[in-house]
Design a protein around this ligand. Structure first.
Ligand SMILES: C[S@@+](CC[C@H](N)C(=O)[O-])C[C@H]1O[C@@H](n2cnc3c(N)ncnc32)[C@H](O)[C@@H]1O
Length: 268
């Protein structure tokens, strides 16, 4: 089994950048055993042998997804959204006054709370940007999580994590035991599959990239690769917003921290 685990750890690292240390073997077992059973494999060895033989296949991707952390919540960490409203947005409104277009990429968006928080905030600030075209692209490597995100449906628990009562009342309606995000906000976000290690040429260029709470799980080499791709996707005056525990410092990337802002970086 250890050999199979070793091969699987390498597959996950090579294909996603996610590091699974040996002390996470219990996670491999608990997350992959149900998948193996569901697909009729006799056990993990058989599943991992099949995945090893077809590392680019859909089954391999499902196994990799199963090992990712998908936790997310609305207006996570607050500060990035306050900084967007108070500093980044005014700068961009001035810089893009001619084109009146704003493009934001939520990279590794999970179940959608991050891009939808961005959309809600921009709707709330709409009076400052009359007639602007706002494009929010939200990507993740996991197809099932993107499907979930597209529904705009959240549980009681999920809407209570990060949403004020005012925002809940303004942007959501009850649907059975869930909450449905307004079509107006949902229509501002486009979801698409994308791996952070892949080229960004097909995505276009962005004024802002939010890539939060994912690089923390990558090793140094893959962090640098992903940062390189995001650097290519940013407009010259664009900014990268990372998670509160993430930084580019010490990675020898093309980014430098923005003085006075937390977890915001610009191409050097
Ligand atoms: C913890 S969630 C972060 C969600 C959101 N950004 C936030 O901060 O709340 C991490 C997401 O990264 C995605 N992910 C992991 N590796 C990836 C990769 N190489 N390319 C694209 N997405 C990846 C996972 O599928 C997962 O949905």
């Amino acid at each position: 089994m250890t050999v199979a685990y070793e091969g699987f750890r390498k597959l996950v690292l090579d294909r996603s950048g996610l590091v699974l240390t040996a002390d996470k073997d219990y996670l491999l077992k608990s997350r992959l055993e149900p998948l193996a059973r569901k697909d009729g494999f006799l056990g993990l060895d058989q599943l991992l042998a099949k995945v090893g033989a077809e590392p680019s296949g859909a089954l391999a991707q499902r196994c990799i997804d199963a090992m990712a952390t998908h936790e997310s919540f609305f207006f996570r960490d607050t500060t990035p959204f306050d900084q967007l409203r108070d500093t980044l947005l005014p700068d961009l409104i001035a810089a893009r006054a001619q084109s009146r277009t704003l493009r934001i990429w939520s990279a590794a968006c999970s179940s959608g709370q991050e891009p939808y928080s961005l959309a809600m905030l921009l709707m709330e600030e709409q009076a400052r940007m009359p007639g602007w075209r706002i494009d929010i692209l939200a990507t993740d490597m996991s197809l099932p999580i993107l499907e979930r995100a597209r529904t705009g449906l959240y549980s009681d628990f999920e809407v209570r994590r990060g949403l004020s009562d005012a925002r809940l009342a303004r942007w959501f309606t009850r649907q059975g035991d869930q909450w449905l995000l307004s079509p107006q906000v949902r229509s501002m976000v486009r979801f698409a599959p994308h791996n952070l290690l892949a080229g960004t040429a097909g995505l276009g260029r962005f004024d802002l990239v939010f890539c939060r709470n994912v690089l923390i799980y990558f090793d140094r080499e893959h962090k640098r690769a992903a940062l390189g791709q995001m650097g290519q996707a940013l407009e010259p005056h664009g900014a990268l917003v990372l998670g509160s525990a993430e930084t580019v410092v010490g990675l020898d990337s093309a980014f430098a921290p923005v003085v006075g802002l937390r977890s915001v970086f610009r191409p050097g």
